[in-house]
Design a protein around this ligand. Structure first.
Ligand code: ITT
Length: 199
């Protein structure tokens, strides 16, 4: 039988990142009854895999097993072309335990300057995984391309949004309205694939 996610399903959104949780809630609209990992007091698993897809599956499976509910997890990050894709899956870790993204954005700028490269190309990736308790899991990946700008601009969004300008636009994700970001983001593109697969 094909895997389906029925509208109205109780779905645990397995993230401890409030910016991500808000965006996922916006993108999922009112399709599901969302429960947060925080509400259920779910532990944050160590992200021991070496890819976005691997870590998204790991987080979704852990939340599904711990809650007994269908779980959705996102693993995402910013990749700089001049840094061969770094920080990538280490995007959250570059901000340290205090989740200091002003510092993390300076680090991206400094590391690129150290390479001497003029390439400011960058992309965001989001892997979205859905896992059923004791059962199967599905994972998809979405990506948005663009370029980096320094110093950071805008106070909307979260994480690295103030240094990322999506292709063919002038505003950073940090300057765009949330709905405009949601219409083109890596996370929205991953969800479109999930929708095609599961809804
Ligand atoms: P969870 O694992 O609990 O979901 P996390 O913040 O640790 O939260 P990740 O390991 O997936 O999540 O790290 C992704 C990091 O990449 C995140 O902390 C952001 O800084 C950055 N990132 C991902 N999507 C982003 C977006 O849309 N805008 C800006 N930064 C983003």
């Amino acid at each position: 039988m094909a895997l389906k996610l029925e509208p109205g399903t109780r779905l645990v959104v397995a993230t401890h990142n409030p910016g991500k949780a808000r965006e996922l809630a916006e993108i999922l609209e009112n399709r599901f009854r969302l429960v947060s990992a925080g509400e259920l007091g779910l532990p944050e698993p160590d992200e021991t895999e070496t890819s976005f897809v691997g870590n998204a599956l790991l987080k979704a499976r852990a939340a599904a097993e711990a809650s007994g509910l269908v779980a959705l997890a996102d693993d995402s990050g910013l990749s700089a072309a001049a840094l061969d894709g770094a920080p990538g899956i280490y995007s959250a870790r570059w901000a340290g335990p205090a989740r200091d993204f002003a510092m993390a954005m300076r680090k991206v700028e400094e590391r690129i300057e150290e390479t001497g490269s003029q390439d400011r190309g960058a992309w965001f990736t989001s892997a979205l995984a859905v896992a059923w308790p004791g059962g199967p899991a599905v994972v998809v990946e979405g990506r948005v391309d663009g370029s980096l700008t320094f110093p950071p601009r805008g106070d909307k969004g979260f994480g690295y949004d103030p240094i990322f300008v999506p292709e063919n636009l002038d505003l950073t994700f940090g300057e765009m309205d949330p709905a405009a970001k949601d219409a083109m983001s890596h996370r929205a593109r991953a969800f479109a694939k999930l929708k095609a697969a599961l809804l």
